[in-house]
Design a protein around this ligand. Structure first.
Ligand code: PLZ
Length: 444
């Protein structure tokens, strides 16, 4: 960890005067379509702290949306990426290759679930990885249909917009969308009408029935699911759902793709969230946490599926950039050295205990859920009707921001507060952040 003191410190209003000045310039120069959760401009960040240009130090419960799991300037990431920068920044792997790319592919083969032969291809963003997983699955199966789920999120490019469930803000006005994308129910336990205990069996039966009736299993190239749905509200599909869908895919020659872009790389207390139910995907997409903040993404999977795309059929100028690969090797080194899976489990224990206690005091908390350092509370107007309360989520987030705690919202109904602290955050900062959340509840 760098020298950045791991202490919250508020010296101005949030955002402060320097951030406000920069924000004015930004509004004049940057397209409004690119938003920001909290317009404090960052000066330094590491561990559990973001320091802004006014000298405020915020506690970070966002990790840049589950990216800086090892911190935002982890020693091994900085060391390896800096050394790579000094050697060369780019050759294009498709022109002349370099060892870092191969090392990342080897690491992915070692770390992802299953002991079958695996290969990888590297890209720049999560959306690009998902798009390429679809290309590979179509090339392998010679089929076209792609099945995705309610509340799913897979990106903002044209194909991944089609795969993403939620209209606003991701799709509205941006169509037409890619064809051959079909959406089926997911086992959202908290909102399943016959109760969470029935959700796994009923939702999987409905999903499979819809695939059979509306598409035909023999037309389906891929089923793509997030083992814990991220943007959709940190929904852990109810027990039994994932194994049933995975088995259905296996029975019908459908490529089962786990999108672990948000849930992967120690975030849920496992290298990958699908391990919790013993799921071995055919392909797995990764990004975010993989490279400690540098842009890198991957598709990893069964060698025979990965090799179905013809030579030259996959790639991109920057995919697997050498500096990003060095960052990934530094990030993985840190995850192993610090046992960040254990750290994620410790974060879960602390957060769940505190949030469950808060749920006894504050009626707006309808559900406390998530795994590892991917924890959320779903806010409702009424616990019986479960009517979503996005206003409470926005008000709580705002109250936390003013006190110097960065939190994010999510959820199809915008009513989920989600907590994604860096896995290297100290217990003291974690508890201080939870204190701020508790005070915010008391205030709103
Ligand atoms: N798949 C599961 O979580 C990115 C997006 C935030 P990119 N999630 C954060 C936003 O508003 O754009 C994500 C994800 C899952 C795919 C993606 C897409 O990854 O690197 O943002 O393209």
């Amino acid at each position: 960890m760098t020298a950045l003191p791991q202490e919250r410190r508020i010296v101005t209003a949030i955002p402060g005067p320097k951030s406000q000045e920069l924000q004015a310039r930004r509004l004049a120069a940057v397209a409004q379509g690119v938003g920001s959760v909290l317009p404090v401009f960052t000066a330094r960040a590491d561990g559990g702290i973001l320091e802004d240009v006014d000298g405020n130090r915020l506690i970070d419960f966002g990790s840049g949306i589950a990216v800086t799991s090892v911190g935002a300037s982890a020693e091994a990431v900085v060391r390896r990426a800096s050394a790579q920068l000094a050697d060369f920044t780019h050759t294009c792997f498709m022109v002349t290759p370099y060892e870092g790319y191969v090392e990342v592919a080897e690491a992915l083969a070692e770390l992802t679930p299953g002991d079958h032969a695996k290969k990888s291809a590297l890209f720049n963003s999560g959306a690009e990885a998902v798009e390429n997983a679809v290309k590979i699955a179509r090339a392998y199966t010679k089929r076209q249909a792609v099945v995705v789920f309610d509340h799913g999120y897979h990106g903002r490019t044209n194909l991944t917009m089609a795969l993403t469930a939620k209209n606003m803000p991701y799709k509205h006005g941006f169509g037409p969308f890619a064809p051959e994308v079909y959406r089926v129910p997911v086992a959202y336990g908290y909102r399943w009408l016959t109760g969470p205990e029935n959700a796994g069996a009923e939702a999987s039966a409905q999903a499979i029935d819809m695939i059979n009736k509306q598409i035909g299993a023999e037309n389906v190239a891929a089923i793509i699911i997030e083992p814990v749905l991220g943007e959709g509200g940190f929904i852990e599909p109810a027990k039994g759902f994932l194994p049933a869908v995975r088995q259905f895919a296996a029975d019908h020659g459908i490529v089962f793709v786990a999108d672990e872009i948000q849930s992967g790389f120690c975030r849920t207390g496992q290298w990958f969230a699908c391990e919790d139910e013993g799921i071995v995907p055919d392909l797995i997409t990764t990004a975010k946490g993989i490279a400690g903040g540098l842009p890198l993404a991957a598709v990893t999977g069964r060698a025979e599926i990965m090799d179905a795309a013809h030579a030259g059929g996959l790639g991109g100028t920057y995919g697997g950039n050498p500096v990003a690969c060095a960052g990934a090797l530094g990030s993985i080194e840190t995850m192993k050295a610090l046992d960040l899976n254990a750290k994620a489990k410790n974060i879960e224990a602390i957060m769940k205990a505190r949030l469950t206690a808060m749920a006894e005091k504050f009626d707006a908390i309808g559900d406390v859920r998530g795994r590892g350092a991917m924890i959320a509370i779903e806010l409702v107007k009424d616990r019986t009707t479960k009517e979503p309360n996005p206003e409470a989520a926005a008000a709580l987030a705002k109250a936390c921001h003013q006190e110097g705690l960065l939190v994010l919202t999510c959820g199809t109904y915008g009513n989920v507060l989600r907590f994604l602290p860096p896995l290297v955050i100290g217990d003291d900062l974690l508890n201080e952040g939870l204190d701020i959340i508790e005070q915010a509840f008391a205030r709103i």
